[in-house]
Design a protein. Sequence first.
Length: 270
Amino acid sequence: MAALDDGLKQDLMRVASLAADAARDVTLSYFRTDALHAEDKGVGAFDPVTQADREAEAAIRAVIARERPDDSILGEELETKHGSSGLMWVLDPIDGTRGFISGTPTWGTLISVATSSGPVFGLIDQPFIKERFIGGFGVAEVQGPHGTHPLRTRVSRHPDMATLMTTFPEVGTQTEYRAFRALSERVRLTRYGMDCYAYALLAAGQIDLVVEAGLNAYDIHAPICVVQAAGGIVSNWQGGAAYNGGRVIAAANADIHAVALSILQDVVDG
């Protein structure tokens, strides 16, 4: 499709914000309450889904249907909607449902917009902390309890000073986990189970690397936008585009990305 003009970009950001607000109302009405119950949609491993997931996605879709009815929608919980505008909203209403049902404030709502070339704008919203990380269309900022501030990833430093975050070993194959462990042994600190909030921390300059596997498009579109807008790099484990999901590495800068990519590839290709 043709390049997006400034008016359209502003409208997409406006609608994304409205949609995130609508999802906040739903997710917070369930979080840490007796009304929260999880079902298992997994095969061979626990993969929870809640009524909050479904209702939050429905709330987001209702905003998009009202404000931009010609756009397509791809979400985790509900059927894909095909539109005519050439734009697609990619949604994960609660990324980190395991954290959500455990009461940890590290889950988030992911909302992004993509063209046929990939994601162009996205946000990571953490309703309980009231933090919203925004990336794309020349914007890279976090809105939260301390006000609004620019996002910027960390500058290059030696890998043995780096902090790595991941959802391993809950995701991925044994080979992928071995590759991750090889990288983990080279960094100073590894933290687990942070889901989308890890990408937010990367964009905010708090950590250096996020490494995942087994992702879907709706898991990574919004994080790609936020991290790249902040100056970071997101790719698959071959160094190519990551917006289809699968094996993903997000890095604060080109130097740490190159080192981490080499370590992962040595194990997977070896």
